[in-house]
Design a protein around this ligand. Sequence first.
Ligand code: CA
Ligand code: CA
Ligand code: CA
Ligand code: CA
Length: 378
Amino acid sequence: MFRNRTTTWPSHAAWWAALVLLTLGVGGVQADFTFGPREKVDFAMAFPTLDPAYDGITSFSSDGLEIYVQSTRPGGLSSWMDLWVTRRGSTDADWAPLENLGPAVNVPNGAALSTITGNGLELYFNSDRPGGQGDFDLYVATRKTRNNPWSQAVNLGPKVNGPACDGVPSITRDGLELYFTSNRPGGHGNFDVYVARRATVNDPWGEAENLGPLVNSEYDDAGPSISPDGRVLLYQDYLSTPRPNGYGGGDFWMTRRAGRSAPWGSPVNLGPAINGPNFEHNVHFSPDGCVLHYSTASADWSVVENWQAPILPIVDFNSDQKVDLVDLVMLIDNWGTSNTQCDIGPMPWGDGKVDIEDLKVFMTYWEKDNPPQPADSK
Ligand SMILES: [Ca+2]
Ligand SMILES: [Ca+2]
Ligand SMILES: [Ca+2]
Ligand SMILES: [Ca+2]
């Protein structure tokens, strides 16, 4: 697949020079990923069919062709918020006007904060409609195909929901892990993040589990957003007193794990590229994992702004400000391993192995730094 790019590949001599450099110890910091500077999203430009006065994005379909929106706009079925969808036929087509998801999902008590499985057939959301386990609960609506209407939403039942507030679901793309927040008794204080699991999408959800005292704290651990591959979990602390060592107001925090069966690591603040003095909330990964979408609110919530920030793999493995031969050789040298330094794809944080997905990512940066020379005309 890279055959037509051989003009940008190094000569044998250069290969050996690089190998020598490598064995002499030219290395660098542990490569990883980083967040690029955030920029304000002009809703009118990016999503012309949405109105920021009413609408908030709650989830993207994995193919990028549907955005689920919670909205207080007129025409809804509830006195609070309804879920709506906007669609497009391809990733470069225009978004269609919002459609209300209808009475299968929206009832007078409302529906909000949705998450959709990778196959687009299950939509989870929270609602405090009558008939649940108490307070807000999680519900799911299903459909047979992407073109069928949604079925009547059902409560996830007492293994997942309880009498306390259960909300803000976020599901892995494979539909096997459902993260949410709850202030049920038995946690570590205020809201905590919980997960429910199932073996296959045809199995019922198991008993929800607290993510434990490393991830959760005495502060609010809320608003979870799981990466599509389930290796990065973001959450927020904005509801009451934030965690110490943040940037003011509520902030986003991140925990990571090496694989789906590995334990979650210590949470870290997303840092000043993302967090500021306002209240960061409502965070989502783009379907390709390369962009973070989120909102900020002023202390009195009178000003809500929408932001996006690129999620960037660190391709310059040896930190010399160039993406060049030395970095390529490091990647090749780690081919087939699980060295996180060179694990830069397919998501910016990698997938636990160094292979063709990482080379593809590397080559996109290589070509930016080393544009092909125009062919000699003589
Ligand atoms: Ca509940
Ligand atoms: Ca907590
Ligand atoms: Ca903040
Ligand atoms: Ca990889």
